[in-house]
Design a protein around this ligand. Structure first.
Ligand SMILES: [Cu+2]
Length: 610
């Protein structure tokens, strides 16, 4: 469920109508008259790439009405930043936001003006009370999603570092901030990305245009190039979020939590299942874009699609980023008659497929569709279709649950074998080697502690169309209340420890669980063990199912994933974990885990060793 952003929707409709079939008047240069450039690129557009020098790169956040953009080297087309494993990367973020009200108009209108009961009204670094209307500040910052760098300034701290707009509140005390990331040599190589992470404004700022890709290169790229395998970066963004907020009163039939005789909030150890499962009538279909051009819904001429060519007999590496605010992708390559064609998965979430020791697993051809949750990445080797034929990159319809958004099937691109090249490319994929990485050995480590993390939603007491979002550790004595950012960490762990978490989804829509700084191994989905647990930084958590009041399990069985994760000393600090459906994280489904550096250890008394 999400908030309506009608103004932005109208602007985008107008833009897509004006585009017609042919070349739009596209000019990404950022000028005084057009801070975010003019027009929409042609389908198949590739964003500019930057290999920052030692001096680093400057990303200036500029605004043009309901659009925000990252401007680098004068271009408002967010650059793909390339960096090498082991390198230093400096990024200066300069905030030139001029119209805070425009941000407010995107995220604010459907939100409540009264706080949810147990939450003190002054909580949070950004004075965000979960689920409550929060006036946009225009502050922005930068999160390098997936980077295994410390959550401490000048690296990836999204909780205390921010920059103030050119016009508006000045709560951050600075208009610019220079991040210095030391990309570990033993981080995994692949596709990462950057986006703003100011709590309460993440969804609005991303919908308005703020996100970009980062390619972290390593030995595998050298081998890929030696093998003549070209590469593409494909960025799916969401440009509007229609639905929700508007789901009519009729859909919200359940009573709020704490409506029991006691009148007190339910203890979280006994989630109020009877009132949790809700359905919503979401109506609209949200707009998506591919590398800046609209992705059509329904029938559309092929000229509206990106045309991606591959030399006959050759293979390309496609790095696909789902930068949508809440849309899931389920990607396939299909031939003209709709039959799935094989491709090979080489990496997910910036992590090549490896065994527990870090050794590369040979890419295996598959024709199964690949689910990519919001913020997830998929890297695949795509063979050229046979000469004279076409294929399509599609995202299949996704069943997001009866409270989730509508995601119909969409075609993203048409794939063709290019006219025969003078020198045919080597068809064989590079069999890359990779050594141990920061998260190698995770599966073989002893589990120090197990936890259950619950994701829940309830209608706000006294309303019929407002939802509160929760994330909490489900344990005896816990109370279901919104976690206020800036509160004491929900979970505190010692550096060097290893845990298993069962993440439960008690709601009728999908959520995407993400934790900053660390990658985890996904062990199980709904109780089914995975044969080859992938190393991920975000995972789709299946929605709950009604089992009936006579079931031994109770009336509701939550969707569940089991993950295993460790907290290296190098990443000690305060680490956010949250749902990556941005409306959810902005409104309560986000909390903080503290990793204590060695020497500041917490008592092991509560640890339960398996
Ligand atoms: Cu969510």
């Amino acid at each position: 469920m999400t908030v309506p952003t009608l103004a932005l929707y109208c602007a985008l409709l107008a833009a897509s109508m004006a585009r017609a079939d042919d070349a739009p008047n596209y000019d990404p240069r950022s000028t005084a008259a057009a801070p975010c450039g003019v027009g929409t690129p042609r389908p198949g557009h590739t964003p500019p790439e930057l290999r920052p020098s030692a001096a680093g790169v400057t990303l200036t956040v500029r605004q043009d009405g309901s659009r925000l953009c990252y401007v680098a080297d004068g271009s408002a087309d967010a650059p793909i930043i390339r960096v090498r494993l082991g390198a230093d990367l400096s990024v200066t973020l300069q905030n030139e936001i001029t119209d805070v009200a425009a941000i407010d108009a995107v995220s604010g209108p459907s939100k409540l003006t009264t706080p949810n009961e147990p939450v003190p009204p002054s909580s949070g670094f950004y004075r965000v009370v979960p689920g409550m209307r929060h006036r946009a500040t225009g502050a922005t910052n930068l999160h390098v999603h997936g980077f295994a760098v410390p959550p401490i300034p000048p690296q990836d701290d999204v909780l205390t570092v921010c920059t103030d707009p050119a016009a508006g509140p000045a709560g951050c005390g600075q208009r610019a901030f220079t991040y210095h990331y030391r990309v570990p040599a033993n981080m995994t190589e692949g596709l990462y990305w950057y986006h703003p992470h100011v709590h309460g404004e993440i969804q609005a700022q991303m919908l308005m245009g703020l996100s970009g890709a980062i390619v972290v290169e390593g030995p595998q790229d050298d081998q890929r190039r030696a093998a003549g395998i070209d590469e593409r970066v494909l960025i799916v963004r969401q440009t509007q979020d229609l639905d929700a907020g508007r789901n009519a009163a009729a859909a919200m039939t359940a009573a709020p939590p704490g409506h029991e005789k006691s009148g007190r909030p339910q203890p979280a150890s006994a989630i109020d299942t009877a009132h949790e499962l809700l359905c919503a009538s979401s109506s609209g279909i949200d707009a998506l874009s591919l590398n800046g051009t609209p992705i059509p819904v329904g029938d559309a001429p092929e000229s509206a699609l990106a045309r991606l060519t591959i030399a006959p007999g050759a293979t390309q590496l496609w790095r696909i980023l789902n930068a949508a605010t809440d849309a899931f992708l389920d990607l396939s390559i299909v031939e003209m008659a709709g039959k799935a064609l094989p491709f090979s998965v080489v990496a997910r979430d910036g992590s090549p497929l490896t065994d527990d020791a870090g050794a590369q697993l040979a890419p295996v051809a598959t024709d199964q569709s690949q689910m990519v949750p919001p913020s997830g990445r998929l890297e695949i080797l795509v063979p050229a279709p046979p000469a004279g034929t076409k294929a399509f990159l599609v995202t299949h319809a996704v069943d997001t649950g009866c409270a989730g958004d509508r995601l119909p099937e969409r075609r993203l691109a048409v794939i063709e074998a290019a006219p025969a090249a003078a020198t045919p490319r080597a068809p064989a994929p590079a069999q890359a080697t990779s050594g141990p990485n920061l998260f190698s050995g995770l599966l073989s480590r002893r589990t120090d502690k197990q936890r259950v993390i619950a994701l829940a939603e309830y209608p706000r007491p006294g309303t019929d169309d407002q939802i509160d979002f929760y994330i909490l550790e489900r344990k005896l004595g816990a109370v279901l209340k919104p976690y206020a950012m800036g509160d004491k960490p929900m979970i505190t762990v010692n550096a060097g420890t290893t845990e298993e978490w069962v993440v439960e989804n008690w709601t009728n829509e999908l959520h995407a669980f993400h934790i900053h700084q660390v990658h985890f191994r996904l062990l199980e989905i709904d109780g089914e063990p995975l044969h080859q647990p992938p190393l991920l930084d975000v995972v789709n958590v299946p929605y709950a199912t009604a089992t009936g009041y006579h079931s031994k399990e109770g009336p509701v069985r939550p969707g569940r994933v089991r993950i295993k994760l460790a907290f290296p000393a190098a990443l000690a600090g305060d680490i956010p974990f949250h749902c990556h459906l941005t409306d959810h994280e902005d409104n309560g489904m986000m909390a903080v885990l503290r990793v204590l550096a060695p020497g500041k250890r917490t008592s092991p008394a509560s640890a339960s060793v398996r």
